[in-house]
Design a protein around this ligand. Structure first.
Ligand SMILES: [Zn+2]
Length: 294
């Protein structure tokens, strides 16, 4: 790992030195370039910058953003970016290795925009599944953009306010829909919904932990099945991109069904965006928990 990091660092130095942008004036070399580490951050950054910058998503379609690996041209693009929006504390170590070498690039770590994080061994990265936490990331991006491009500072501030009001509306829909439910236990394969369940007074029970690739022990599977049976859980949620095997095992054991709940780590298909997926997740959650919709 270390020799690779040194090679990347050398590339970064070359890229920074080579493009003559050490003076820190992004306008001089053309448009402002923002890099977002994966989809929800791309969504927020795009809403904030509007037409005043280009936003690139570092995680290619279909690539699981946990533990993302970087291609050399992505390392170069990070070195040339005006602003990088990412999630730190080990969510994507390859991204952090590169940005540690960049002294002049502006960065937003979406976890720094949060009041408090859920710590389960490591910091839980999945802040984007709480609309209010995502709104605070928008505010921080707007402040950075106002420094980079002072002439449009008002635009960024207005865009952040617009995004916040859309996310507040989503938050109110969640609060209302989840207020009166028969159950409050959300059983999921990938433990991505900790901030969502925290905000709306639900309890997340995860099988595989925070990282979707980690294999749960048979003991953990049995424990979750037992919990689900005791609490009359009707639905075991899994994510589309990961095989539903474990969720299916538990569902079969307790006579529940499996259903998809999207942790929004990938760009949604077609025209749908963050807001659409959050609303369809809300429908699935409120149906599974037997909520009386207002
Ligand atoms: Zn995740």
């Amino acid at each position: 790992m270390r020799p690779l990091v040194s090679a990347l660092a050398a590339l970064v130095v070359l890229a920074v030195g080579g493009c003559g942008r050490a003076g820190g004036d992004p306008g001089a070399s053309g448009g402002t370039e923002v890099i977002a580490a994966f989809y929800p951050l791309e969504f927020v950054a795009t809403e904030i910058v509007g037409r005043n910058a280009t936003v690139t998503n570092l995680s290619p379609p279909g690539v699981e953003p946990h533990d993302l690996e970087l291609a050399p041209d992505q390392v170069r693009s990070l070195a040339q970016a005006d602003l990088i929006v990412y999630i730190g504390e080990g969510f994507q170590p390859a991204v952090e290795d590169v940005i540690d070498e960049l002294s002049r690039t502006r960065m937003v770590d979406a976890l720094d925009a949060q009041d408090e994080l859920i710590e389960a061994g490591a910091a839980d990265p999945h802040i984007w599944l709480d609309p209010m936490r995502l709104a605070s990331v928008g505010n921080v991006i707007a402040r950075e953009m106002a420094d980079i491009d002072a002439g449009n500072a008002d635009v960024y501030r207005d865009n952040a306010a617009d995004l916040a009001s859309v996310l507040i509306e989503l938050d109110e829909e969640y609060s209302a829909a989840l207020e009166d439910c028969d159950r409050n236990e959300l059983v999921v394969s990938h433990e991505a919904f900790g901030y969502l369940t925290e905000r709306y007074g639900l309890e997340q029970v995860g099988v595989s932990g925070i990282d979707p690739e980690s294999e749960p022990s048979p003991g953990r599977v049995a424990e979750v099945a037992e919990f689900a049976r005791e609490h009359g859980v009707t639905t075991i949620f899994f994510e589309e991109q990961v095989a539903p095997d474990i969720a299916q095992v538990i569902a079969d054991e307790i006579g529940a069904r499996v259903e998809v709940l999207d942790p929004l780590e990938f760009k949604p298909e077609g025209d749908s965006d963050y807001l659409d997926v959050m609303r369809s997740n809300l429908d699935s959650i409120s149906a599974a928990l037997g909520c009386n919709r207002p």
